[in-house]
Write a protein that binds this ligand. Structure first.
Ligand SMILES: Cc1cc2nc3c(=O)[nH]c(=O)nc-3n(C[C@H](O)[C@H](O)[C@H](O)COP(=O)(O)OP(=O)(O)OC[C@H]3O[C@@H](n4cnc5c(N)ncnc54)[C@H](O)[C@@H]3O)c2cc1C
Length: 386
């Protein structure tokens, strides 16, 4: 839609093809219905890609402030929730309406309920085969997203087209996705389903060598689910997780457990009640059960205290898998940026063919980064079509 609007501004005849009955199904469900449409701090560090610096050019042309200005043009109320994450105050639908209204302004035609099945290159143009016949165009923009959330319309079309045109695909994985824990651990944790706590979460890598072994950690909420773990901290770390990696969780990182035990060393309060000052009572009971320590604080041995501090500061979890594309907000990997022009998103192999948004090997953190990439890459692409 962004690319279509910009190309429309250049007086190009633009047709958007969408197989759902409306555009923007992911926008609608994003941000809990309030679309976290950008992040004011978006920079290459917040993106996972074989070349995170690829985004620099598009981001310098079209910034989070540029999209915010567009939102203001349509009088859409917005607010910063936290960490630079900008949400609609009312509804995600407003962002969809904004895109439709802008498109209309520049005579962009939108054909919904039209599934694209294949693309062919003819002599000097592209032929797009759909369920409703075919279309011919000398410029073709592939903006059909990743594999995540197939029930909202995601397909592998973008990757299929890229492969057909000899583009390299960086291996794809579900990302920003909840984890499934092993059954024995889940048996113990499942009663805590629905409980959340603050955390600092990092990865203990398995033994496989990693090219970028830099320390990755996130300080956000963890949510215990009936299958394993979710919540912002878990979703963020999932983008870096590989099978065999452990999660190292510091529970309630703003509280110093060592000091808390010290300050209460003379208290006859039960440990489970003291821990309930940190986390919910149900979670505190689980921690005491894991520790097998059921006594008042003034009766804790030195060894007990070491065990308690270690469990709170180094709670180790080994996920067996993620919940997959069905529950992943995004898809890591995609069309290799090395084969795209960073200023226009045009294929370096096929003139007039462009790839933008999530289908490209650029994946943002949780927090508005993915939409900003969609806006920025769409903008530079559409603008270059003149
Ligand atoms: C639950 C959820 C919540 C999210 N929340 C946020 C958030 O708050 N902030 C954020 O920044 N990001 C969020 N994201 C990620 C964000 O939605 C995507 O990164 C973004 O939508 C990618 O834009 P895109 O235009 O590349 O692809 P998409 O938005 O996926 O659009 C691609 C379109 O192509 C259509 N299509 C696919 N195949 C075909 C075909 N064969 N024929 C015709 N049409 C086809 C699809 O139906 C779809 O409408 C969320 C994702 C999910 C799943």
């Amino acid at each position: 839609m962004m690319a279509a609007i910009e190309a429309g501004k250049n007086n190009k005849k633009v047709l958007v093809l969408e197989h759902n009955s409306e555009i923007g199904h992911k926008i609608l469900i994003s941000g809990g219905g309030r679309c976290n449409f950008t992040n004011i701090y978006a920079s290459p560090e917040n993106y996972i890609s074989s070349n995170p610096h690829f985004i620099r050019s598009a981001f310098s042309e079209y910034t989070p402030s540029d999209f915010i200005s567009l939102v203001e043009k349509y009088d859409i109320e917005y607010y910063e929730k936290k960490l630079g994450q900008i949400f609609c105050r009312k509804s995600s639908k407003q962002i969809i309406n904004l895109l439709i209204d802008e498109a209309e302004l520049y005579n962009v035609e939108i054909k919904t309920s039209t599934k694209v099945n294949d693309v062919n290159k003819l002599e000097d143009c592209y032929e797009v085969l759909t369920d409703n016949g075919y279309n011919i165009s000398n410029k073709l923009v592939i903006a059909c997203g990743g594999l995540s959330f197939p029930k909202k319309g995601a397909t592998d079309l973008g990757y299929r087209i890229a492969k057909k045109f000899n583009h390299k695909i960086i291996a794809t994985y579900p990302a920003l996705v909840p984890f499934v824990l092993p059954v024995p651990q889940m048996k113990k944790l499942s009663e805590l389903s629905g409980i959340s706590f603050d955390s600092n979460i990092s990865l203990i890598f398995n033994n496989k060598p990693r090219s970028k072994n830099k320390k990755i950690n996130f300080s956000e909420n963890v949510l215990i689910t009936h299958k394993g773990m979710s919540g912002p901290a878990i979703l963020q770390i999932s983008s870096y997780w590989q099978k065999g990696d452990n999660l190292k969780i510091k529970i309630e990182p703003n509280l110093d457990i060592e000091k808390l035990l010290e300050d209460n060393s003379k208290s006859n309060k039960e440990l489970r009640l003291l821990l309930a000052d940190l986390v919910s009572q149900r979670f505190a009971d689980y921690l005491c059960y894991e520790l097998n320590i059921h006594k008042p604080i003034n009766q804790l041995s030195k060894k007990d205290k070491v065990k308690i501090i270690d469990l709170i500061n180094n709670f180790i979890v080994t996920p067996i898998e993620t919940e997959g594309y069905a529950k992943a907000e995004v898809t890591i990997g995609g069309v290799d940026t090395k084969e795209l022009n960073q200023k226009t998103m045009e294929s370096l192999k096929h003139k007039g063919l462009y790839f933008i948004g999530e289908v490209v090997d650029v994946t943002g953190w949780l927090g508005g980064y993915n939409f900003q990439w969609a806006w920025s890459s769409g903008y530079v692409c559409g603008k270059s079509i003149s």
